[in-house]
Design a protein. Sequence first.
Length: 205
Amino acid sequence: MIVATVASDRKLDDAQLEPVVITTMRRRHLRNVLRIEEKTSTTPWSLGLFLAEVRREEREYLVALSSSQVVGFAGLLYVVGEGHITTVAVDPEMQGGRIGTRLMLVLTRRAIAHGSDSITLEVRASNAPALALYRRFGFAPSGVRKDYYKDPTEDALVLWAHDVDTPAYADRLSAIEMQLPTPLVLDDSANTDASSGDTTELDAL
């Protein structure tokens, strides 16, 4: 299972918020994705790893854009009826506006639409902001991986959300969305391009 990390999703004053758009991760986003990755991860992914991930089938990678700049990103892989969240990260300088919440809303809904009935992830045991975010989405601990993380060494909690394809879970997501300080905005055209097999940007290396 791949590590999921998230920065604090604390709320800023609404007057400070800029419109946030969630869209499919593209090659043009990777420079800023890597910048955020370096800030938020003690073992950051390389450009090559990100490129390999976004090329693969059964993967879903999103970015959050504010004023056309990447302020967060998230990833998901699909395995036989399950979604595995691989990463959630928010630029520490742009935390607020519930960016992590927005990414999780879109990611979980994409997983459900893909046919997942459960979603899982791993997180540092000490990452209280991430745990609080995941609890809101119905995730609960199901196990511990001893000394899973390095720099510093720390246990990983394995979290699961089950029955995500039910009306009750859809109601949970709707309630979370209603609490956002500004509307959840999706760039559906980018998702359409990605799902139709448009990989021109990824291939232009």
